[in-house]
Every structure is written in structure tokens, then in C-alpha cells.
Design a protein around this ligand. Structure first.
Ligand SMILES: *Cc1c(COP(=O)(O)O)cnc(C)c1O
Length: 461
């Protein structure tokens, strides 16, 4: 399996190279040259596999340059870090199926991908004898999950930029209380988009990227998307009464990484009728799906900060398919988007989009109301991100098709919103006990590329 760039400017690379490259060197995103198709008979065979085995079957379709025994071990080790025997269990509550993705070490779905990515990086670096400086931007959850995935690992240093004061207090503590020498937290006086733009700029500076062997952990890394494809299959097998039954997934969306994994699962042949793309007030993607209007707005802070994003980095991967796998069209679209802040779509394209997605933007009031009602009726606490997806799902429940809502974080991770909504504090999982009393380490910097680069140059391995 070879990987190409959405912008068509690189020679095809292997899976290993794609993992190490992160962003493609032409500024595009990496995608498999073709997406393998899984027929109904194979789905039937996969149906009763435990999570780790299923992950192995799916991931090995895309990573034929890693020996099977090694891949198996990497996968097993990654999911041993999870608290639940099913890794990502699905529960039936309040008329929907909740896919609990928060049983990893930092209590958000990003652990599913970043535990694997940490292990993959360590494995590949050991093999090549190289070092890597991971540089990433986070609105909260990626950072803690990435740090947890690589803390204390040899040959890796990690630099995580987060918007100062704009993550939840728990998220900030999960990052800054990690004191391993190879972990560097940078709190940026700015927004998540500022952080992400600086990271993109550093990756686009090929000399800098090469000199410091930059590695990516943002959802632009293909291995992250790939790891997330697995739980769509896993949840499907749990929910569908028979193979072939259609289901709908509702996905609280920020950077479009998680929902893109669902799109890949659909393209592989998993019977997903549609994906519900749920956004908070930062609704550029909802406007795209419902009106064909993709135009930049301002980032506004919400109760679901991990979705406070305007430019969704993985969206480019979807556009590649929407444009009929035509890299020139992707390139032109992004060139003009850089000038105008807008993208235009044909009527045919808009129709394709509505076949793939339904979308709804859920505001603060609706989010709080959903958390409250769901708790009152079902005794089940939703975190504010999950609540956005559940609300969108409940508003579209009428077709008798099972809806699976991705629960992207544990409610204790965003307890402020839960307390406002319900008046009660979610029970703290063991990993958060006493975290506010631990010592922290963090560098505060302005949203200034030169300053951030200097800090990385000084501390790189
Ligand atoms: C990152 C995150 C999201 C958004 O996921 P994307 O892949 O960026 O769309 C939603 N909820 C939580 C809790 C997250 O951490």
C-alpha cells in the first residue's frame, strides 16, 4: 500500500514513510493510493473478533511494510493502556447507542490513536536509529493524549502548543503535570488556530523540518485516522442486528479527523447510511454541508473547547474524494481559499455532500439542556462534546435506523459544563485524583512564530 498527497506533488511513499512524514512535503495530506474494499463475507468473519484482533485486521490492510508479528505487538501494547476490556464499548441508552471512546489514559477518544502512534514512532525510530522532535498544536485533548503516548520514550522529544487559558483546567493539568524531560508544554497567548498555523508553518519550512526531524501528532497524521477507523467497525458489529443493516454515526466534529475515519470506514464498505456532522457554535462545517458555503469565521469559545476550530485540517482529505480524486482541483481550491477565505462547490458536489453527511450546529443552551435531560431521563452523564453529537442525533431520530453517537470524552474531563447543566459533579476516575496538587511545568509564549521556533531549537534532541 502506497500513499499519495491530496495535492499530487510527491512520489508515492510507504506506510512507514507516511507515518514519519505527517504532513506531505507538498503541503497536502497523505492518503492511501486506494482504499481497500471489505465485502460482506469478510465483515461476517470480523464480526466476533475482539478489539485488538479487529484492529490488527484493519490496520494491516494499510500497513503492509510492517511485519505482522510486530504490528500485532504494537496494537496489543497500545490497547492494554485502556481500562475497559472491550477497549471502546457501546451502550444502549436514551434511544441511541453511545460508543464510549474515553477509557484510555487521558479520558478522551484521542488516546485510541495516540497510544498506537506513540508505539509506532518508538518502533520506527529504533529501526532507523533516528531521533524525532514531535511538534503539535492542541485545543486540549490531542496534547494530553500525545504527551501520554510518548512520555519518557527514548529518541523522542515532544513540544505541544496549546492556547493559554482556553483549555479546560483538567486538560491543562493533564499536560503540564507531566514532568518527563522529553515533554515540553508551550502555552500560547492566542487561539487554537494560532497554534495550528504556527505548527503548519514549521512543517512547511522543509529545512527546519529536516534539521530537527519534526514529527506530527495532529490528526493530519494518517496513522491517527487509521486507528480511528477501527472503532466504527467495532461499534457496527455490536449494534447491527445482521451484517448489511444500515446504521448512522453521529460525530462531534472539530478538525474533521474523527468523522473522516468514519468516512473511510464507509468507503471500505461498512454499511453506514450517513454520518451526522455535529458542530458547536463554530459551525463552518455545518454551513458547508447544509449550504455549500465554506467560509472562514472567527473562533468563538464554547463549552466544547476541543471543537473550537474554524479551519478543519482533515477536511482537505474529504475534498480530495469530493473532487473525484483530482489533486489539481484540491491545489487550486486551497490556493484561492488562501486569498479569499472561501470555497465554491458545484451543485453536483453539494449533492454528493448531502449523501455523505447530515449536519447540525448545537448551541450552548441546547448542549446544557441535552446533558441535563439525558441525565434526568437515563442517569447517564454526557460530556459537552458528546452532548453536541447526541443532540444532533436525537433531532434526526425518526427513520428507525440505529444511531451510534461517539462519546469523545469522559464527563469528568469537562466537569464545569456538567456542573452547570446538572448541578452535580461527575465522579472522578482514578487518573484525575489529586491532579490539581501536582507540580507543573509549562512555557508561556506569545503567538509569535520566531519565538516558538527559538524555544524548540533550544530544547530539541
Ligand atoms: C478532538 C475532539 C473532538 C473533535 O475531533 P476531530 O477529530 O478534531 O473532529 C471532539 N471531542 C473531543 C472530546 C475531542 O477531544
Amino acid at each position: 500500500m502506497k500513499y499519495i498527497s491530496t495535492r499530487g506533488g510527491i512520489e508515492p511513499v510507504s506506510f512507514k514513510e507516511a507515518v514519519m512524514m505527517g504532513l506531505a512535503t507538498d503541503g497536502g495530506l497523505l492518503l492511501p493510493q486506494s482504499i481497500p474494499h471489505v465485502d460482506l463475507q469478510t465483515l461476517e468473519e470480523w464480526r466476533s473478533l475482539p478489539y485488538r484482533e479487529l484492529a490488527f485486521r484493519i490496520i494491516s490492510l494499510f500497513s503492509d511494510d510492517i511485519p505482522a508479528v510486530d504490528l500485532k505487538q504494537l496494537i496489543d501494547r497500545s490497547y492494554d493502556a485502556f481500562q475497559h476490556p472491550q477497549v471502546t464499548p457501546t451502550v444502549h441508552v436514551g434511544g441511541v447507542h453511545i460508543l464510549e471512546l474515553f477509557h484510555g489514559p487521558t479520558l478522551a477518544f484521542k488516546d485510541v490513536a495516540l497510544q498506537l502512534l506513540g508505539n509506532l514512532f518508538e518502533y520506527l525510530l529504533q529501526e532507523s536509529g533516528c531521533k524525532m522532535n514531535i511538534v503539535g498544536a492542541t485545543s486540549g485533548d490531542t496534547g494530553s493524549a500525545a504527551i501520554c503516548g510518548v512520555r519518557g520514550r527514548k529518541n523522542i522529544a515532544i513540544f505541544i502548543l496549546h492556547p493559554h487559558g482556553k483549555t479546560s483546567p483538567v486538560q491543562a493539568l493533564q499536560m503540564t503535570t507531566v514532568l518527563d524531560d522529553n515533554v515540553h508544554n508551550v502555552a500560547v497567548n492566542g487561539t487554537f488556530d494560532d497554534c495550528q498555523n504556527m505548527v503548519k508553518a514549521m512543517f512547511n519550512d522543509l529545512l527546519f523540518k529536516e534539521k530537527y526531524s519534526l514529527g506530527a501528532v495532529n490528526s493530519i497524521n494518517w496513522a491517527r485516522v487509521l486507528a480511528q477507523v477501527v472503532y466504527y467497525f467495532h461499534a457496527y458489529f455490536h449494534v447491527a442486528d445482521k451484517i448489511g443493516t444500515d446504521v448512522i454515526f453521529s460525530v462531534p466534529t472539530g478538525n474533521f479527523g474523527d468523522i473522516f475515519a468514519g468516512y473511510v470506514a464507509k468507503r471500505m464498505g461498512l454499511p453506514i447510511k450517513r454520518l451526522i456532522l455535529a458542530t458547536n457554535e463554530n459551525n463552518i462545517l455545518t454551513r458547508f454541508v447544509n449550504e455549500g458555503d465554506y467560509s472562514l469565521g472567527e473562533v468563538v469559545p464554547t463549552l466544547s473547547p476541543s471543537m473550537d476550530i474554524q479551519v478543519a485540517s482533515n477536511f482537505e482529505r474529504y475534498l480530495y474524494y469530493l473532487f473525484g480524486e483530482n489533486p489539481a482541483r484540491v491545489r487550486d481550491t486551497f490556493r484561492s481559499f488562501a486569498q479569499t477565505g472561501r470555497m465554491e462547490f458545484s451543485d453536483g458536489e453539494k449533492k454528493t455532500v448531502s449523501g455523505d453527511f447530515l449536519s447540525q450546529s448545537v448551541n450552548r443552551e441546547e448542549t446544557l439542556e441535552t446533558i441535563k435531560t439525558f441525565d434526568n431521563r437515563n442517569g447517564y452523564l454526557l460530556d459537552p462534546h458528546t452532548a453536541v453529537g447526541v443532540r444532533a442525533a436525537l433531532d434526526h431520530l425518526d427513520s428507525g435506523i440505529p444511531v451510534i453517537c461517539l462519546a469523545t470524552a469522559h464527563p469528568a474531563k469537562f466537569d464545569e459544563a456538567v456542573i452547570i447543566a446538572t448541578g452535580r459533579k461527575p465522579e472522578k476516575p482514578a487518573s484525575l485524583e489529586g491532579i490539581e496538587k501536582l507540580p507543573t511545568r509549562c512555557k508561556i509564549l506569545d503567538a509569535d512564530l520566531a519565538e516558538v521556533r527559538k524555544f524548540i531549537e533550544l530544547n530539541a534532541i
